[in-house]
Design a protein around this ligand. Structure first.
Ligand code: AMP
Length: 485
């Protein structure tokens, strides 16, 4: 998402979930339920578009799924047996509403709606060229680039125009599109973001995660494969694979943090993987202590794994209020700090006089860890050891996970000892990249290209970063100009 958000520190930002259903009674209501199960993927805006055989209907708003789609008459206004929807992390205020998805346009072939999870890493470059050729953009979203590329393609059929468009974009995209004829779902050739298929009676469903299938009682059929385009229409379901085959690189951070623990991603139970990461961490970074305490909720499965492997008792030493959103997702440093205090409280009676091992899934800016370590000390802990169920996050993500610019990543500016000092922990350790791969079930071999996108940990980006390179180049030019002046 390319935004004009004042909180944005000029970085790309998007975290999303998508859900679509083909041929169901009350399709929009099913989509609302599915989006509700995907709310963790984006909490600031939601939208649904439906098609009733003649017209498209759309409702998009800032805010949660409940609260938007439970309002009187909203679901009723979204008539039709086909619908798709989107939840998104976004900016606040009126200016952002135009970016809320699904995006919709009238093309020469008819209406075209698109819901996108991911981030197109050459969107700015493509957009500049499209604008130069006369395209008029309605939003600042990277997703709109796809619509303009489809609209201006010279191929004859919509599918060919869609493929032509996708061959020009780089980065991550799991898409659900609607046309008057059918529903199209696809994943980028690297399969960076997830997308699954399910069945509910005779209806076909596409969703970011299997939890969204569970919530509506649908059966999980399979993943949409990297580079696959699935088309569902009146003649049935078919799939095409128009891209040259590449080694898939699904995002490993989905396993670490992003997906819900009750989801199955790439055939793996997220809960089991997180426990296995915790067990691996206990082997790699043991410490003599009295209690293993998760930072809730994201650290819980890894803490269970750590405790089981180490034999150190697992206890709930921090209680989380469920009425505050994810700390990380609230813009602005002031609110982020306030959020952490509102969200977690020490279970003082348990902590007093104990040596504790805190387990969290990741350290990004270090804000959460700093507060939680202090909270343990204030509650009387005699030693606080921090163990992290992912390697140090040293690089920004350009594929649809919200990470700050590099200079704000604690691990990019400190070594481990420096990080431990920053968060005031007695010791700090991270699971190794090999340990992480082992836990997700694929040992990392030096002679095989990595099976996942792990760029946030390694800096090994699986695509070109065309826009980022252009920005870096502009910064360089600005610096040179400054020096010359
Ligand atoms: P920080 O306080 O900046 O170090 O953020 C770390 C906390 O944010 C951890 O407890 C994670 O569970 C959570 N987190 C990590 N990555 C993300 C993300 N992309 N979006 C939202 N929360 C995240």
């Amino acid at each position: 998402m390319i935004t004009t958000n004042p909180f944005d520190d000029d970085k790309l930002r998007e975290e999303c979930g998508v859900f679509g259903i083909w041929d169901a009674d009350g399709a929009a209501a099913v989509v609302a339920l599915g989006l509700h199960a995907l709310q963790h993927r984006g909490q600031e805006a939601a939208g649904i578009t439906s098609f009733d055989g003649h017209d498209f209907h759309s409702h998009r708003a800032m805010g949660h799924v409940a609260g938007t789609f439970d309002k009187d008459g909203v679901i009723r206004s979204l008539a039709g047996r086909v619908a798709c929807g989107h939840v998104r992390y976004s900016t606040t205020g009126e200016t952002a509403l135009r970016n809320v998805q699904p995006l919709f346009a009238e093309l020469s072939s008819g209406g075209f709606a698109v819901a996108h999870n991911g981030n197109i890493s050459n969107a700015l470059t493509l957009r500049r060229e499209l604008v130069r050729r006369g395209s008029i953009f309605q939003s600042t979203s990277d997703t709109e680039v796809i619509i303009h590329l489809v609209a201006t393609s010279t191929y004859r059929t919509l599918l060919d125009r869609f493929v032509d468009a996708l061959k020009q974009v780089e980065g991550a995209y799991s898409l659900i599109c609607m046309t008057p004829e059918g529903m199209i779902a696809c994943r980028d050739p690297l399969g960076i973001r997830p997308l699954v298929m399910g069945r509910l009676g005779d209806s076909v469903i596409f969703a970011s995660e299997t939890v969204a299938l569970d919530v509506v009682g649908a059966e999980h059929m399979r993943d949409v494969e990297p580079g696959e385009i699935v088309i569902v229409d009146a003649s049935g379901m078919r799939s095409v694979r128009p891209f040259s085959r590449v080694n898939p690189r699904p995002c490993i951070f989905e396993h670490v943090y992003f997906s819900r623990p009750d989801s199955i991603v790439g055939g793996n139970s997220i809960y089991s993987v997180r426990k296995a990461i915790g067990a691996e961490l206990a082997v790699e970074a043991p410490v003599d202590a009295d209690l293993v305490i998760p930072v809730p909720d994201s650290g819980v499965p890894a803490a269970i794994g750590y405790a089981q492997q180490s034999g150190v008792p697992f206890e709930l030493g921090i209680i989380r209020s469920h009425y505050v959103g994810r700390t990380f997702i609230q813009p602005g440093d002031q609110i982020r700090h306030l959020g952490v205090k509102l969200k977690h409280n020490a279970n003082r009676a348990l902590i007093q006089g104990k040596r504790v091992i805190l387990i969290d899934d990741s350290i990004v800016r270090g804000t959460t860890s700093l507060k939680i370590v202090q909270m343990m000390r204030d509650a009387g802990a005699t030693e606080v050891h921090m163990r992290i169920a992912s390697p140090p996050t040293r690089h920004s993500c350009f594929y649809g996970v919200d990470t700050p610019e590099r200079s704000k990543l604690l691990a990019a500016v400190h070594d481990i000892q420096g990080m431990a000092e920053f968060i005031h922990a007695d010791s700090l350790a991270f699971v190794s990249i090999n340990g992480l791969y082992k836990a997700v079930g694929e040992a990392r071999r030096a002679d095989v290209r990595p099976q996942y996108c792990d760029a946030c940990f390694t800096g090994d980006y699986p695509t070109r970063l065309t826009d980022q390179d252009a920005l870096d180049c502009t910064d360089q030019l600005a610096l040179t100009a400054e020096r010359v002046m």
